[in-house]
Design a protein. Structure first.
Length: 285
């Protein structure tokens, strides 16, 4: 009798769960993105991306697992040891950002039904193929094993430093912006051809495109992190273009601190990068 009661309990519970799943509102119309990154993912997705999506009538949830300067090697180590090492910044569907300290990659992956999960290398190593691949494949494997089956992985292409940058890592490229950009393109081309990622987000090319405009080589605030206004907006625009397959030039959103010209440059640079992710396109503004 006890076994029959227990069986009835589990049957009832299963029906309740099925009903709950059917009754729960679907979030298919909400695009959810999680970056396993550092300050470069902070520059690219924590600012303006939500606003661009909202202006286009699209819903978003944005997550960023942040450790300043974190390379792929550190992400892999943290993943394998399940370390609560990250500042987890999450922009909810309402646009409110909540920061949770001491979160692991595994916890963040399980926190939401992510559509896209982004990986990236630390900026100074992003143009070194052997350094990137030493950790990328194993990290990809870990994330694949822990993510939702419907999730897709993307690779975030970072940008070359400003020509007068004092960043120690710039020495790897002979302190030459063109050399650094070309090296990053070589790496991301190989990654794109691997077929392991849904797409590459060409922030590096978007920034380089914008440098051909009247803004010139002033896309960063310290030689490597993006300018807080038009720099970050450029990166957000290229993320928007890739995620939604949409032309940012047709999006009405413009941050208040940007001039009309700066906004046009950012959108044009991003759209051209989305079309040609590994080659510089001039922006005539």
């Amino acid at each position: 009798m006890k076994q029959i009661s227990l069986l009835f309990f589990f049957i009832t519970l299963n029906f309740q769960l099925i009903f709950a799943q059917q009754a729960s509102p679907k979030d298919d119309d909400v695009t959810k993105v999680l970056a396993i990154g550092n300050s470069f993912s902070e520059d690219a997705i924590e600012n303006y991306l939500y606003d661009l999506a909202k202006a286009d009538g699209k819903k978003m949830v944005i997550g960023n697992l942040y450790i300043g300067g974190a390379p792929l090697e550190l992400h892999l180590k943290n993943a394998h040891n399940n370390v609560d090492a990250y500042s987890y910044r999450k922009v909810g569907e309402d646009g409110v950002k909540i920061t949770t300290p001491k979160v692991s990659i595994e916890k963040a992956l399980a926190d939401d039904n992510w559509d896209y999960i982004s990986l990236q290398q630390a900026s100074s190593f992003s143009g070194q193929y052997n350094v990137v691949m030493a950790s990328l494949t194993d990290l990809w494997t870990y994330v694949f094993a822990h993510m939702n089956p419907d999730s897709k992985m993307v690779y975030h292409q970072t940008w070359a430093y400003q020509q007068d940058s004092k960043h120690e890592g710039f020495k790897i490229y002979g302190q030459n912006q063109q050399t650094m950009y070309d090296s990053i393109m070589n790496v991301t081309k190989h990654i794109d051809k691997s077929g392991d990622f849904e797409f590459v987000v060409p922030s590096g090319t978007a920034v380089q495109n914008a440098r051909t405009s009247s803004i010139g080589d002033h896309m960063t605030r310290d030689g490597y992190h993006l300018n807080l206004d038009y720099g970050r907006f450029t990166a957000a625009c290229v993320w928007y273009a890739k995620l939604f397959k949409a032309d940012p030039r047709k999006n009405p959103y413009k941050p208040e601190k940007l001039t009309d010209e700066q906004a046009k440059i950012a959108k044009e640079a991003a759209w051209k990068a989305a079309k040609k992710p590994f080659k510089v396109s001039k922006v005539k503004k």
